[in-house]
Design a protein around this ligand. Structure first.
Ligand code: SIN
Length: 519
């Protein structure tokens, strides 16, 4: 009997965790549109949050996650993911994964925004993602990988996913039949002018899943990280929150500390709060810097960031890094259950492309690699217990994309100006009208270029985000509407869902929101 086949799309930590867990009873192929070093995970600086310290507890980590998530998390998912994540990290430590240690040999735990404890494990100082990805790839040399192969259509018949149509580097279109397909394609950072993502992260999985009939939810919740290194209008990349965790402060051109009096956790308040304050200061004409003068041996603790500064011509010695907020992470995505299953049988989504309910309305720092590790493993566990085969489907030949006639920099400008950190009904309507009025050109899959395909995915994702942001008539977590007050996070809100061309809302289960349960 032939083995059931799984196709994994993407090569970040969620994909590699899934691959590492899949038993030899199942055949696995990982496809990626560039190569295995082009995921967002490899850029991760900060680390992975895990309550491994004796003084810490998973209960405290859960509580911090729920408070940051502003009453929009799925409390069961939060509890399970944080407990399971801690077990995974402890097993990695036991098996010798090279997390950074202090001079006494104890795992060095960093601090990041909205955490009540030092609980961030990191590796290679500020190169956690790179060490992690290399470790997984090194330990799974037999993993079958198809690089430079782009997923162009999920093949779904009668509610079951039966494979994926892909386009190879030489333009050849093939149908890869599969019994399970796992999307691990990341988010959509490239929708914004300043962002921390790889250039390849263009909403592909979100758009493919939606086109195939999957439900998308929480698309309005985008996390803007407060500190991108931005100099003379150019974004050079992320300056990790771990830098503020080591004592750096956000100051304006005169040295005024901008988080003073804004929140009791000051520079380490949750990202939505810090990003909004920074935006507010910039609107008033202030220039914002990260003052790193108080951090001894900065280049040793943050070698990746030091190299970034050097590239940007920013002197570490002077101790002031120019920063601006930028798009970092999508809390929403393809709606999944606790195993990463979507509403389409045999189709899974893991990592940033998915919406598990772990992050709620605002992700807690360093919970994303954790989510990738946990849900990659879970998806593989679920799939490995299933030996059924997908139905046969006729080969699809007529795949057409209605490609918007726009240039991506303009799309980024519109999203940044009208669907950004602070939103209003009027601005969102301007963006929605601009998007809806866009003319499109039908292009057959055989003729479409990679750029046109990415433009299509970004545009489709932008429409879902804008429509959701208009539909959410409240301010909650990272979704801030200047025409609505902040909702009391004790009040569980609705979920905004996109499915098959329709937008509708569903009341979240329970009268009270998640964050009240641990008070
Ligand atoms: C950072 O290092 O600031 C980013 C970590 C994260 O996104 O959780």
């Amino acid at each position: 009997m032939s083995k059931p086949t799984t196709i994994l799309i993407g090569s970040g930590i969620a994909a590699l965790s899934c691959a590492a867990t899949m038993p030899p009873t199942h055949k696995l192929l990982l496809i990626t549109k560039q190569n295995t070093h082009d995921s967002n995970s490899i850029l991760a600086q900060g680390g992975i949050a895990a309550a491994i310290d004796r003084e810490d507890s998973t209960r405290s980590h859960i509580n911090d996650t729920l408070v940051a998530g502003a009453g929009h998390n799925d409390e069961i998912v939060v509890k399970e993911a944080i407990e399971e994540g801690k077990d995974i990290i402890q097993k990695m430590i036991t098996s010798g994964f090279p997390f950074d240690r202090d001079v006494h040999g104890t795992i060095d735990l960093g601090k990041e925004g909205a955490h009540s404890q030092n609980r961030i494990v990191h590796a290679g100082s500020d190169a956690t993602g790179e060490v992690l990805i290399r470790h997984f790839l090194f330990n799974h040399p037999d993993l079958e990988i198809a690089e430079h192969e782009t997923a162009v259509e999920l093949v779904v018949s009668e509610g079951e996913c039966a494979g994926v149509v892909t386009k190879q580097k030489d333009g050849k279109i093939i149908f890869r039949k599969a019994d399970h397909v796992v999307l691990a394609t990341g988010g959509c950072g490239n929708l914004y002018t300043f962002h921390s993502n790889q250039p390849t992260v263009t909403g592909d999985g979100l758009s493919l899943a939606y086109r195939a009939g999957a439900r998308l939810t929480d698309m309005e919740f985008l996390q803007f990280h407060p500190t991108m290194l931005v100099k003379t209008g150019k974004c050079f990349g992320l300056i990790s929150e771990a830098v503020r965790g080591e004592g750096a402060q956000l100051v304006d051109e005169s040295g005024r500390e901008i988080m003073n009096g804004v929140h009791p956790q000051r520079d380490l308040a949750s990202r939505d709060i810090v990003a909004r304050q920074l935006f507010k200061e910039q609107q008033k004409g202030h220039q914002i810097f990260l003052d790193i003068r108080g951090i001894p041996h900065f280049s040793d603790r943050f070698p990746t960031i030091s190299r970034l500064c050097e590239k940007a011509g920013v002197s570490i010695k002077e101790g002031k890094i120019p920063v601006s907020p930028g798009m970092h992470f999508l809390m929403g995505g393809v709606e999944v259950n606790r195993w990463g299953e979507t509403n389409i049988k045999r189709l899974f989504a893991i990592g940033e492309v998915s919406c598990t309910g772990l992050h709620g309305a605002n992700r807690l720092a360093s919970n994303s690699l954790l989510e990738g590790l946990v849900f990659g493993k879970r998806a593989a566990e679920k799939i490995s217990n299933d030996f059924s085969t997908a139905p046969s489907v006729p080969e699809r030949k007529d795949i057409i994309f209605d490609v918007p006639q726009l240039d991506i920099p303009r799309l980024k400008e519109i999203m940044t100006a009208f669907v950004g950190i602070v939103r209003s009904k009027h601005e969102l309507e301007v963006a929605a009208k601009w998007l809806d009025g866009m003319s499109t050109k039908p292009i057959h899959v055989k003729n479409i270029t990679n750029d046109e395909l990415e433009t299509f995915h970004l545009y489709e994702t932008a429409k879902r985000i804008t429509a959701s942001a208009l539909a959410r008539e409240e301010s909650r977590g990272a979704h801030f509407r200047e025409d609505y007050k902040q909702t009391d996070p004790d009040w569980a809100g609705k979920k905004i869902i996109h499915e098959k061309g329709k937008l509708f809302t569903e009341q979240r289960e329970g009268e009270e929101a998640a964050c009240s349960i641990f008070k």
